[in-house]
Design a protein around this ligand. Structure first.
Ligand code: NDP
Length: 384
């Protein structure tokens, strides 16, 4: 019997096994400790025609983007929520017709193991909580989508990947731009060397945090090193790193970086503005930058025989692409709906996500190298 056949047959057995355990003493702890007994487990089977998704953390992104996108998906639906704010639970229950039994808080979270209407846990919490909730979701036998940055350290990323592997669930990172057609076009232009090899890139993404916004809830934790793991780089600079990696199709071998702070009283714990240079094995160099002190948003690549860019590049929509030959005539799409439908297909077809945990881990390796370079006064630091 092939390992694929074996996985298919084991799937309901494991799901039933975890559920039986959780009803007895110990719940999630027992489920977690049970995982090694069954070895590398099979992915749990979806409950219905569509994949049920529970959003964890009903903040700006979940409220403004993911829940609306879930109304546009064709292969998945919003079946549950996890929130620490009872008033949000009431609003969401009514707005999205979510039954009481599919509403959890952070204390009752592990009981999701018993809920067959939830196939996927989508972690949309502050960065420092990504690892814990991804691992708890995996231990509950659920597939996971975790927002970017995957975690606040490389080690946490490895722990998350291990937990998902052990539980036999799939892990995907919220890299929505992999499903956006302009970005898919530049992946092709770069990786297939349509205009010759890419020689130099300039990638930057930043937005300004005004002095009056620093105590807004979604900004407050972003300025807290323990909660955010880092500043602009972790939050939006990661898109510039991603862009460099998927246009070249390569992994950077070394970085140098420089940090600037104009408002040290606001950014006492995290980075405000960073410039970084990425060296790729085939010779491409990338001039990257990120900031919490200005609004810009661009991916630009020059190649041996031409150039291409997306500007604006990294938003939820409104991408404008051009090459030296003229504008890219490409429709914009609902990125998040495509991203979640693509993950639903991965679950159905038992294949890995194109934005897997390994993809998130590689970005954290680059991010750690950039912070190491800053700490070493801009010294050249190998990646990984
Ligand atoms: P918000 O602060 O708006 O939302 C986070 C939510 O997490 C809160 O509303 C709260 O929800 C919950 N939470 C639980 N514990 C805490 C805590 N101690 N402090 C603060 N919040 C807590 O953040 P965003 O929605 O902007 O970002 C969430 C994640 O999504 C981040 O990792 C971010 O990087 C990522 N993101 C990704 C984007 C993308 O384009 N892929 C875009 C924006 C964000 P509740 O009240 O329900 O418990």
């Amino acid at each position: 019997m092939s390992s694929f056949q074996s996985q298919q047959i084991d799937a309901p057995t494991r799901r039933q096994f975890l559920k039986t355990l959780s009803r007895g003493a110990g719940g999630a702890a027992l489920a977690a400790s049970a995982a090694p007994l069954v070895g590398r487990a099979a992915p749990p089977a979806p409950h219905a025609e569509t994949i049920g998704i529970a959003l964890v953390g009903l903040g700006n992104y979940a409220t403004g983007q993911l829940a609306p996108a879930l109304q546009e998906t064709t292969k998945c639906e919003l079946t549950g929520i996890v929130t620490g704010t009872p008033s949000k639970a009431e609003t969401w229950k009514q707005k999205y017709e979510i039954p009481d039994e599919n509403v959890y808080n952070y204390e009752t979270f592990d009981r999701i193991v018993d809920n067959d209407e939830i196939d996927v846990i989508y972690v949309v919490l502050p960065n420092s909580m990504h690892a814990e909730y991804t691992i708890r979701a995996a231990e509950a036998g659920k597939h996971v989508i975790c927002e970017k940055p995957m975690a606040t350290s490389v080690q946490e990323c490895k722990d998350m990947i291990d937990a998902c592997d052990t539980a036999g669930v799939k892990l995907s990172i919220g890299y929505r731009l992999h499903f956006e057609p302009h970005h898919q076009r530049v992946m092709t232009l770069g990786q297939e060397e349509v205009f010759g090899p890419v020689t130099v890139m300039q990638n930057g993404f930043g937005f300004r945090i005004s002095d009056s916004a620093t105590d807004e809830p979604h900004i407050e934790w972003r300025l807290d090193k323990e909660m955010a793991g880092g500043g602009a780089l972790m939050d939006v600079g990661i898109y510039a790193i991603q862009g460099a990696r998927y246009v070249t199709g390569e992994e950077p071998v070394a970085v140098t970086a420089q940090e600037y702070k104009t408002r040290p009283e606001v950014f006492s714990e995290v980075d405000e503005t960073l410039f970084f240079q990425l060296e790729f094995p085939s010779g491409t160099v990338v001039d990257g930058s990120t900031t919490y002190n200005g609004n810009y948003n661009r991916l630009y690549a020059t190649a041996r025989d031409g150039w291409f860019e997306i500007s604006p590049s990294y938003g939820y929509g409104g991408q404008k692409g051009r090459t030296h030959e003229g504008p890219m005539e490409i429709e914009t799409v609902n990125q998040q709906a495509r991203q979640m439908d693509a993950f639903a297909e991965c679950i159905r077809q038992d294949r890995p996500s194109r934005v897997s945990g390994e993809e998130g881990l590689r970005d954290l390796q680059v991010i750690e190298a950039i912070y190491d370079s800053v700490a070493a006064d801009g010294a050249r630091v190998p990646v990984g």
